[in-house]
Every structure is written in structure tokens, then in C-alpha cells.
Design a protein around this ligand. Structure first.
Ligand code: SAM
Length: 283
């Protein structure tokens, strides 16, 4: 099968199958072989690896992954793409396509059955309408993962990497940085996709930590605290947490004082370490 990283080949496949793009599934297919190579390089795929691809589309990146990995499991929600994938991936015997919604797939089972429970790598040009739920469920589930290398909206890539003081710093930054080391791999302009998305994109690699960089007694409590802090961004932390978590203002103020922070401090200036410390004090 011809290289789908070449636009003419993608157009030929779309025409052959009269494919109609589904906006609701965030379908923007990659048509740039340099970007595809960059993603696969950034994911550091070797012949040892089992790769989970989310949303293979017509199989463009899947072809590149299948060339480098031992095995690829590709999960695609759109039934109309399944016969196309059977065609475009027919040359590979190391690819399994599952016609499912990634949010409903048992990724633990894939890891157990396809990789003897050893960490897999996730690689995807993600559908942008559910980027955050996909990334969060992969990280929070503690499923064995080496890394997640993904194309996301540029703005989301920024949020994943930011620290205190930036307008992009928030619950996603803290959650990602608790579980993984984020690195920007490449910026990708809209003309590398068909159809062109209305936003700029970027590739980020999240390398999963063996152990989180901070110690917390209760992970769930830490994330409830982080969410409550940023849900009420304009409020001081003492007021935001009193509303969001049902803790008294006095308790929060006392914990902040113990940390050497003023009662008027806002969540957006706290580091991950400080959130962890606050969670441990309040728990
Ligand atoms: N990987 C292809 C590429 O790079 O050209 C397609 C990427 S496109 C941005 C996102 C893909 O994810 C589409 O094929 C879409 O149908 C699929 N998708 C959307 N929601 C999904 C879900 N919940 N589970 C699995 N696949 C999904």
C-alpha cells in the first residue's frame, strides 16, 4: 500500500471509499511525511515495543508505527473507517484494529494480553474534542505506560508544560506534571492536515515517572484540591477551597500559615510541591 503521508495517496483512498469526514469525531488526517517521521522518532519506538494508537483514521500513522514497532493496537471509533483500514494496513501482520471508543476500552487488558503486562507506548494524533479526558484517564488509571506521544492543540500542549505564574497554568498542568515529564517535540501548522483544523497543533511527549515527583498521602484528595482551586480561579485559595471542598476557611488559613503563605494567596501561584504539602496538611 502506498505511503499515506503523501497527500495524493490520502486523497486517492478517500475518493476510493467516498469517505465523508465526521466533524464530531475530530477527524483531521495527517498528510505530511516529515511530521509523521518526527512523531515516530519522538516516541522512540523499537522492535520491542507494543504501541497503542488512538484514532488511526485511514491508517496513515499506523503504517509508520507498524514499520518500527513489534506490535500496534489501533482503536478507532468510526465504523466507516474499518474497511479502509483493512485495505491500507493489509501489508502488516503486526497491527490489530479495534472498532471501539477509547474511553470504553480496557487498556489494562490490552497491556496484559499484548505485552505480558509490561509498559506500552501510546502514540496518537488525538481527536481534539476529548484530548484531556483521554490523557487524564490514561494517567490516572495507572495502566503500565512508558510514554504518551501525542498531537494536541498547541494551546493544550502549552498548558501541559506551564508552571505557576503563567495564564496557561492550571489543573491539567499539575495533573500531567504529577504523572509525567512533558516535552514539546514539534509545532505543527494546520496545512499538515486534511481537512485543516482551525487551530495550530503541537506534538508533546509525556514520559511517565516511575514514582511521582512529590509525596502525597492521598492522590484523590490532591486532585480534588487542585480542581477546587482552579474552578474558582478568581477567589483566594481559602475561599475557593472552603466552597469547593467543604473545608473551613480557618483550616485552610492555618495550613497556609504553616507553609509560610498568606491567607490571601491564589492557587495559580502554588507549585506542585506546595499543592502536595497543602493536601497532606489538610488530609
Ligand atoms: N491518526 C490519523 C491521522 O493522523 O491521520 C487520524 C487522526 S484524527 C485527528 C482522530 C481520529 O480519532 C479519527 O480517526 C477519529 O475518528 C478517531 N476518534 C475520535 N474519537 C475517538 C474515540 N473516542 N475513540 C477512538 N477513536 C476516536
Amino acid at each position: 500500500m502506498a505511503d499515506l503521508g503523501i497527500p495524493q495517496n490520502t486523497i486517492a483512498v478517500l475518493q476510493k471509499y467516498n469517505f465523508v469526514f465526521q466533524k464530531k469525531f475530530g477527524q483531521n488526517f495527517l498528510i505530511d511525511s516529515h511530521v509523521l517521521e518526527k512523531i515516530v522518532d519522538a516516541a522512540r519506538i523499537t522492535r520491542e515495543d507494543c504501541v497503542l494508537e488512538i484514532g488511526p483514521g485511514i491508517g496513515t500513522m499506523t503504517q509508520y508505527l507498524a514499520e518500527s514497532a513489534r506490535e500496534v493496537v489501533a482503536v478507532e471509533i468510526d465504523r466507516a473507517l474499518i474497511p479502509i483500514l483493512q485495505d491500507t494496513l493489509s501489508a502488516y501482520d503486526n497491527v490489530t484494529v479495534l472498532n471501539e471508543d477509547i474511553m470504553k476500552v480496557d487498556v489494562w487488558r490490552i497491556v496484559r494480553e499484548r505485552n505480558q503486562g509490561r509498559p506500552i507506548k501510546v502514540v496518537a494524533n488525538l481527536p481534539y474534542y476529548i484530548t484531556t479526558p483521554i490523557v487524564m484517564s490514561l494517567l490516572e488509571s495507572h495502566v503500565p505506560l512508558r510514554s504518551i506521544t501525542i498531537m494536541v492543540q498547541k494551546e493544550v500542549a502549552d498548558r501541559m508544560q506551564e508552571g505557576p505564574g503563567s495564564k496557561d497554568y492550571g489543573a491539567l498542568s499539575l495533573a500531567v506534571q504529577y504523572y509525567a515529564r512533558p516535552e514539546m517535540v514539534a509545532r505543527v501548522p494546520a496545512n499538515c492536515f486534511m481537512p485543516r483544523p482551525g487551530v495550530d497543533s503541537a506534538v508533546v511527549r509525556l514520559t511517565r515517572y516511575q514514582e511521582p515527583p512529590v509525596e502525597v498521602r492521598d492522590e484523590k484528595h490532591l486532585f480534588a484540591l487542585i480542581r477546587a482551586s482552579f474552578n474558582q480561579r478568581r477567589k483566594t485559595l481559602a475561599n475557593g477551597l472552603a466552597n469547593g471542598l467543604g473545608i473551613s476557611r480557618e483550616q485552610v488559613t492555618a495550613a497556609l500559615e504553616e507553609m509560610g503563605l498568606p491567607a490571601t494567596v491564589r492557587g495559580e501561584v502554588l507549585t506542585l510541591e506546595q499543592f502536595a504539602q497543602l493536601s497532606n496538611l489538610l488530609k
